[in-house]
Design a protein around this ligand. Structure first.
Ligand SMILES: Cc1cc2nc3c(=O)[nH]c(=O)nc-3n(C[C@H](O)[C@H](O)[C@H](O)COP(=O)(O)O)c2cc1C
Length: 192
């Protein structure tokens, strides 16, 4: 079982991205243990706080560092990622020399009410990932235009085509995580 940090870029109660995350969690079953990151508690990024880092920051960085991989589930806000998600990414990247994202296999998905299903937000997020030194899952890309009938109240995916597409995404993500363990990406495998 892989331990995957789940970073959802929305903190609203009825977030469609949270629903997508829960549906992926259910579909993954025993293959992945998702650990949700609490990005709502992080303060606005401030270098001055490193002299006594807030507990929320310590917990967040420790969650990322102890995970085998990271799944970002992002909304699209004005053709980019929400500020709260960028804030979390920045906290994870510092202090200098202690980048929690380094070497992590990462996948990006997102749902929006709009027709392009977070494609522009994901493109922005993918352009940030190289400086974080992540190993990015290239394909399949998951751009979901949310419709309420895509998921039922228990986070099942009734539509066969959607379920099979998301299953393919999860299979690809698991392959990437497995490959990162063997060092095929030109990095040393993580310490046991
Ligand atoms: C400030 C703001 C900007 C938005 N900009 C976009 C956008 O650029 N593209 C898009 O498809 N939807 C946009 N939306 C609509 C979101 O896709 C929609 O609110 C979605 O439900 C947000 O995700 P969440 O439900 O996970 O919070 C925007 C919503 C807000 C609040």
């Amino acid at each position: 079982m892989f331990k995957v940090a789940l970073v959802v870029g929305s903190i609203r109660q009825h977030s469609i991205n949270f629903v997508l995350a829960r549906a992926l969690e259910k579909l993954a079953g025993p293959r992945i243990a998702f650990q949700g990151a609490d990005i709502a508690r992080l303060p606005h990024y401030n270098d001055d706080l490193w002299c006594a880092p807030p507990e929320s920051v310590r917990v967040f960085k420790s969650l990322i560092e102890s995970s085998d991989a990271v799944l970002f589930v992002t909304p699209e806000f004005n053709r980019s990622i929400p500020g709260i998600l960028k804030n979390a990414i920045d906290w994870g990247s510092r202090p200098w020399g202690k980048n929690s994202w380094a070497g992590k296999p990462v996948a990006v998905v997102g749902a929006s009410s709009g027709g392009i299903g977070t494609a522009v937000a994901q493109s922005h997020l993918r352009s940030i990932l190289p400086i974080l030194d992540c190993i990015l899952l290239g394909q399949p890309e998951v751009y979901l235009q949310f419709r309420s009938e895509l998921f039922d109240d228990e986070f099942n995916i009734p539509d066969d085509q959607t379920r099979s597409f998301l299953e393919g995404f999860l299979a690809g993500f698991c392959r990437l995580i497995e490959a990162s363990r063997t060092g095929v990406h030109g990095r040393s495998p993580p310490a046991a």
